[in-house]
Design a protein around this ligand. Structure first.
Ligand code: MRU
Length: 371
């Protein structure tokens, strides 16, 4: 998508040096547009853990490139066993960075399978590079397709609006910044806007890290999509007033039975949507399905540092400032995600189409995962 009129992806290889990975450092948005460069597994692991890069699809793509950097490092080992040991270490280091988004392990396992086919270190490096590129390109294409399938859902609402905008509510950031391009939840919004449909987005602020007000609002603004930032607790009120036509959120991990893990607070939006008969859609590429888990209660939920809740960050006079917003001695608990049960989900928007959030419908779209 575009930044200041110029097309950007979230992650790419340095144009003059394929052994360096570049990405948008999201910690500084919306105030500064910073590009970070990494060339070691340790740097990539830090970038994922400390959320320079974040969002399920981008975490997967970053891990894919991280494993490629791992093969370059492993090539310094004099023996095949040494190479394998180093690569296993890289995979382990990347795997523990974030627990909830299944795209992380999905990308690492895919790289391990691919790299194992190479006989020499150089072959393994080439395979890892190809797979990293492939993971990123696939993420982009799947999100583009999600946009096309979700567009139909927005188009269906247009005739009921008498020329007024279709109001979509979203939580957190499941836009292009959370993927390689296009996004999941926001892809249908971009597709509708680009088609000339009038669409407006209610953007949940999404405390404590404010991915909504910092990232979603920024990327919608860059693309010219009308939007309004709201407090996390405002969604129910807006739904009661008929100001929300559709809720579309993303997912970090969805079970093969349709339970959805997404940023903390998503479940409350789903409850409010059900009470107000507002359709609640979850947009996700197939890389965010966990085909091994049947119940949402099995999804690992990230708990982050409580200081994220007790402090806020902002920009003043060209500097990032941190301020305390809670009593220093009060304990705080910072749960990163929650699980929305499938019964509250109207439908899943995937790259292969829209389906109900139940095992039968999901497997009809993805029959290769039926056992
Ligand atoms: O903690 P984050 O920012 O990596 O959380 C991920 C998210 O942005 C959301 O949960 C999103 O809706 C799903 S990932 C596209």
């Amino acid at each position: 998508m575009k930044v200041g009129g110029q097309h950007f992806r979230t992650i790419w290889l340095h144009p003059a040096n394929e052994r360096v990975v570049q990405f948008i450092d999201q910690r500084f948005l919306p105030h500064r547009f910073v590009i970070e460069e990494v060339n070691t597994v340790a740097q990539m692991a830090t970038a994922i853990r400390e959320m320079h890069v974040r969002g399920a699809g981008l975490i997967g793509a970053s891990a894919g490139y991280g494993m490629y950097l791992g093969t370059i490092e492993a090539a310094g080992s004099p023996t095949v066993a040494g190479f394998d040991r180093h690569l296993a270490g890289a995979a382990a280091q990347l795997k523990v960075t974030r627990p909830t988004a299944v795209n992380l392990t999905w990308a690492i396992e895919r790289q391990l399978t691919s790299i194992a086919q190479g006989k020499t270190a150089n072959e393994k490096i080439d395979l890892a590079l190809g797979t990293a590129r492939h993971i990123a390109a696939e993420d982009e294409e799947h999100c583009r397709m999600i946009g096309q399938h979700g567009l139909n859902l927005i188009e269906q609402v247009v005739p009921t609006k008498n020329g007024k905008p279709v109001n979509v509510l979203t939580h957190c950031n499941a836009g292009w910044l959370a993927f390689v391009d296009y996004g999941s939840a926001l892809a249908p919004v971009y597709a509708a806007h680009d088609r000339g449909l009038s669409v407006h987005v209610w953007v949940d602020e999404t405390r404590p890290r404010s991915q909504g007000s910092k990232l979603t609002a920024w990327e919608l603004g860059q693309h010219g999509v009308p939007h309004t930032i709201i407090a996390d607790s405002a969604g129910g009120h807006l739904m009661q007033r008929g100001a929300v036509d559709l809720v579309i959120v993303g997912s970090d991990r969805t079970t093969c039975t349709g339970d959805v893990a997404n940023k903390i607070g998503t479940y409350l939006k789903a409850l409010a949507a059900r009470d107000n008969k507002v359709p609640f859609y979850v947009a996700l590429p197939s890389s965010s399905f966990d085909w091994t888990i049947r119940d949402g209660s099995e999804i690992p939920i990230e708990e982050r540092d409580a200081e994220e809740l007790k402090r806020a960050h902002g920009w003043r006079d060209g500097q990032m400032l941190e301020v305390s917003v809670a009593p220093e001695n009060s304990p705080a608990a910072n749960y990163g995600f929650d699980v929305t049960p499938r019964r509250l989900v109207t439908g899943l928007i995937t790259e292969r189409g829209v389906c109900k959030a139940d095992e039968k419908s999901i497997l009809e779209l993805f029959p290769e995962h039926a056992s």
